[in-house]
Design a protein around this ligand. Structure first.
Ligand SMILES: [Zn+2]
Length: 178
């Protein structure tokens, strides 16, 4: 998402594009790279975390205008489902390796996702348009799929997570194979 194409203020008819999350142990959707929880039944509003931000608080030098044209902030979405599959792959492999080494026991300092979730997201508000996707001001999941397999023995757990996501976020959820 390097090449900038256009910015539009106040898009009220949501753009529906692809995205990836993970579900934490409570079933809450979380961004793959930022420490941002998507609270059920609330729109997510972009906050400038700058590129180093794993902290939920905005940095002092944040642009203050997420998604700003000249910044990298905003809620990301991809036009292509294929692109979204590749997004976060490196992080997923690290999770899988750590999980196979340590099992599922709690590990201090290590946040283990329970499932990778792909799906479509509604984006609106201020939108910065790029070649392969957009950065937006507001977001809510449109529909979701729990991706199998992340760990081997998870089919039943995936069904559980999908039911939970459906009731928490009030959107359609399916379970799919990676
Ligand atoms: Zn910013």
């Amino acid at each position: 998402m390097i090449r900038f194409q256009a910015v539009t203020e106040s898009v009220t008819d949501p753009l529906i594009v692809w995205r990836k999350w993970y579900a934490d142990s409570s079933g809450t959707l979380r961004s793959i790279f930022k420490n941002v929880a998507w609270v059920p039944r609330q729109r997510v509003e972009a906050v400038c975390l700058k590129s180093s931000g794993i902290l939920p608080e905005p940095r002092a030098d944040n642009c203050g205008h997420a998604p700003d044209l000249k910044c990298s902030c905003g809620i990301y979405g991809c036009f292509s489902q294929e692109d979204v599959k590749a997004y976060g792959m490196v992080r997923e492999k690290v999770w899988a390796q750590k999980a196979s080494r340590i099992g599922n026991g709690p590990t201090p300092g290590l946040v283990m996702p329970s499932f990778v979730i792909v799906g479509r997201v509604s984006l609106w508000g201020r939108i910065v348009m790029h070649e392969s996707g957009v950065r937006a001001q507001f977001a809510y999941p449109y529909d979701l799929a729990v991706v199998l397999p992340y760990l081997a023995e998870v089919e039943e757990a995936a069904d559980h997570v999908s039911r939970r996501l459906r009731s928490m976020y009030a959107v359609d959820v399916q379970v799919i194979r990676a």
